[in-house]
Design a protein around this ligand. Structure first.
Ligand SMILES: Nc1ncnc2c1ncn2[C@@H]1O[C@H](COP(=O)(O)OP(=O)(O)OP(=O)(O)O)[C@@H](O)[C@H]1O
Length: 246
């Protein structure tokens, strides 16, 4: 399936309690590329992901357009901030959840899941229940479950936040490789993650929330930490975020 660009055009959003978050927000997320959303806590990054996925519990004006339109539900894979692993399934079965729900019995999927678990350093935990795993292990499991879906649009809300620095870098590389060619929207608080992973970075902020900065980075993610695009943009983005959060 062709990846789609996502365009928000003058989107305004109010919650059921009457509070308003966006007021005429416009932005574009390029097809088949990774866009990272940065911005202070509470500026609406997760809500924006929910809007794109179509599950937001709010009143929306303006338009959200997919180009080309990838068709009905099922086009997005979603990874939220909670891992939502099913406690009665092993980690392997959780990673295979989408395939199980669709009734797929292809042994190749099981091999693929085991391979990903090994790449994520979780080979020894394949048979463990989520309750016996650390937060970081569960988050890696949830990430693999999302990556297994191979959808044209991947929405990921702080997918590496519970990981130590080295595991984080390894999983960023794995994720970048497996989502290449999909339209990825990645919410993060980690500027280094954004400059390594993104083709486009959008910084949200202000009241009402708007686009404070938009940046298209050269080269193919994941970039090494010493790539020129990383060193050129890390400091200025950090400064901008510090100003936005004060
Ligand atoms: N259902 C809701 N009803 C009322 N207000 C809501 C609702 N959902 C979110 N909000 C408010 O909308 C704002 C944006 O929330 P959101 O979770 O999208 O922010 P965020 O940028 O993702 O934050 P963080 O970086 O801390 O995860 C917050 O002020 C939040 O309290």
């Amino acid at each position: 399936m062709m990846p789609a660009a996502i365009h928000l055009d003058r989107v305004s959003l109010s919650f059921a309690d009457g509070s308003r978050l966006f007021d005429g927000l416009s932005l574009s997320l390029p097809a088949g590329r990774c866009t990272c959303l940065l911005g202070p806590s509470g500026c609406g990054k997760s809500t924006l992901l929910r809007l794109i996925s179509g599950i937001a519990d709010c009143r929306v004006e303006g338009t959200i357009r997919f180009e080309p339109d990838p068709g009905p539900a099922g086009r997005c894979a979603w990874m939220g901030q909670d891992d939502l692993l099913l406690p009665w399934f092993t980690l392997l079965d959780n990673v295979l959840l989408g395939a199980r729900l669709r009734g797929e019995r292809d042994p190749a999927r099981q091999d693929q899941a085991r391979r990903l678990l090994a790449e994520a350093g979780l080979a020894d935990c394949a048979g463990s229940l989520p309750g016996a795993l650390s937060g970081g292990m569960r988050q890696r499991g949830a990430l693999l479950r999302t990556l297994m879906e191979e959808r044209p649009i991947m929405l990921m809300d702080e997918p590496f936040s519970a990981l130590d620095a080295l595991t984080r870098m390894r999983l960023q590389n794995l994720s970048s490789r497996l989502t290449a060619g999909s339209t990825v929207v990645l919410v993060t608080h980690d500027v280094m993650e954004a400059v390594r992973m993104a083709n486009r970075i959008i910084v949200l902020g202000g009241d009402p929330v708007g686009v404070r900065s938009q940046l298209d980075l050269p080269g193919t993610p994941p970039r090494p930490a010493d790539a020129p695009a990383v060193s050129d943009h890390y400091g200025p983005l950090l400064d901008l975020l510090l100003r936005e959060s004060s």
